[in-house]
Design a protein around this ligand. Structure first.
Ligand code: PRP
Length: 189
């Protein structure tokens, strides 16, 4: 049944095993990250590259937490099918509109799982002669990591569980959930 108000974990209670991070915790973490980024990029022109579609929420909130001018661009790549398993294939669905040569690029994503997507993306963007390429990710799953990848900014390391919310989906659902939670196995099995 339709309920008024934003989608918080109470709306999808039975679909979640637990809530990992509340909206408040996420916002506080992004402000902390923004503080560090602002100091690191002081005097540099920052180009934030969001990885569609999951990074939309992180990009919106991280960018608005930064007290400096910045540009945003977006890439869409495909690394997963509609389920929970990585296909091992990365392809560009939408490329940047910006020429990044000489630019300071900060890739923004919501999660590093196997690391396949972002290690591929770092290599791809590095070949375009940017001044620098770094990664900011809200979440990382150290146990799932299959590629060498060193994000400069990480919000939290989390267990290797299926998480949804705040941009993270299962079959395109739950992206608008304001918290981040662990999906109950009965939803995806
Ligand atoms: C997610 C996420 C990362 C990637 C991480 O995107 O946004 O880009 O998976 O997984 P990896 O480290 O195993 O490569 P996804 O392909 O699910 O697309 P989406 O952003 O549209 O949800």
């Amino acid at each position: 049944m339709w309920q008024s108000g934003a989608m918080d974990s109470a709306h999808v209670d039975s679909d979640l095993v637990n809530i990992l991070f509340t909206e408040e915790q996420i916002q506080a973490k992004l402000q902390e990250m923004a503080h560090t980024i602002a100091a690191d990029y002081e005097g540099k022109d920052l180009l934030m590259v969001g990885v569609l579609r999951g990074a939309v929420m992180v990009m919106a909130d991280l960018a608005r937490s930064l007290p400096c001018h910045l540009e945003m661009d977006w890439m869409a790549v495909s690394s997963y099918g509609s389920g929970t398993k990585s296909s091992g294939v990365v392809r560009i669905l939408k490329d940047l509109d910006t020429d990044i040569s000489g630019r300071h690029v900060l890739i923004v994503d919501e999660i590093i799982d196997t690391g396949l997507t972002l290690s591929w993306l770092v290599n791809n963007l590095s070949s375009r002669k940017p001044a620098s390429v770094e990664i900011a990710t809200l979440l990382r799953k150290p146990e799932a990591l299959a590629m060498p990848i060193e994000p400069k900014y990480v919000g939290w390391d989390i267990p290797n569980e299926f998480v949804v919310g705040y941009g993270l989906d299962f079959k395109e659902r739950y992206r608008n959930l304001r918290d981040i939670g662990t999906l109950a196995p009965h939803v995806y099995s």
